[in-house]
Design a protein around this ligand. Structure first.
Ligand code: PAF
Length: 284
């Protein structure tokens, strides 16, 4: 049976017990409302650890004032059952008080510089500070040997890697591939906000990413690719926030550049903001 733990003392006792047995602990941080994409993160953690802890915490500090914190879906029973079926050993389910003992507004804050100035960092001011703030706490609480994050949140993954390296956390970070529905839409808890009509439009994001990659490999200039991607999304009924090609460090590639690149899109569909990306290598 999965252990559901809400007190930090109980979590520490549990994890210390495993560590004393010489077991390697894997960690999957989530905000809950889990789907197959999250369970694939648990499976990857299982392959790299003896015991797996998942956390479910809808983190108030990473939502802007006009974002969906209040309506973010909270499904603890389904999450617990799903995690158990996925082979997770413990669920860390802290309250806001357990996570932020002085209150979220009086919390010590993290800020990762540079890579958070652009894309989602620019569109969602403070978002990555909130992510780094809670992940730093989660790492302190869980004391895992390895943690798994999804590649769908490409910039978040870069922020976590920076945090771990800069603060010398003794934890290995693994990146899990994005799971997609059959029509290409990246799995996300926010997909359930989509109406039937919006759900039919949403896979165009993945198709446009593929077109961006193909055009880049064919040598089309970057500015033309990015502009055309934006137009295609707008024609499909989305409101793009960004449609860009970047190097893995988020700097802008020159036209015809070879090497690792990533196409990234954020777009709104009705009231729902979706993000996705496609990594590729023009040198191969
Ligand atoms: O990716 C998420 O679900 C969240 O941003 C995370 C990493 C669990 C921090 O709240």
């Amino acid at each position: 049976m999965i252990e559901v733990i809400s007190q930090l003392g109980a979590l520490r006792a549990h994890i210390n017990g495993w560590k004393q047995e010489g077991l390697r602990v894997g960690f999957v941080p989530t905000m809950g409302n889990l789907h197959a994409g999250h369970f694939s993160l648990v499976e990857l953690a299982r392959r790299h650890a003896d015991k797996v802890v998942a956390s479910v915490f809808v983190n108030p500090t990473q939502f802007g004032p006009n974002e969906d914190f209040g309506r973010y879906p909270r499904t603890p029973d389904a999450d617990t059952n799903g995690l158990q079926a996925a082979g997770c050993d413990a669920l860390w389910l802290p309250s806001v008080d357990a996570m932020y003992p002085f209150g979220a507004d009086h919390a010590v804050r993290m800020h990762v510089p540079g890579i958070t100035d652009t894309l989602d960092g620019a569109s969602r001011p403070g978002h990555f500070d909130g992510v780094a703030t809670v992940v730093a706490r989660l790492f302190n609480q869980v004391q895992a040997d390895v943690a798994v994050f999804g590649r769908k949140d490409y910039q978040q993954l870069a922020v976590i890697r920076y945090l771990v390296r800069d603060l010398a956390y003794s934890i290995e970070i693994l990146a899990a591939d994005t799971l997609r529905d059959a029509d290409g839409l990246a799995m996300s808890s926010r997909n359930q906000y989509l109406s039937e009509q919006e759900r039919a439009i949403a896979p165009s994001i993945h198709r446009v990413l593929q077109v961006m990659r193909d055009a880049c490999e064919a040598g089309v200039p970057r500015s033309a690719i990015e502009a055309s991607a934006g137009r295609t999304l707008r024609t499909a009924g989305l409101v793009p926030d960004y449609t860009v090609l970047r190097r893995p460090d988020f700097t802008e590639p020159v036209d015809g550049e070879t090497g690792a690149l990533v196409a990234l899109i954020a777009a709104r569909l009705g009231t729902t903001r979706l993000i996705d990306n496609l990594e590729f290598d023009t040198g191969i």
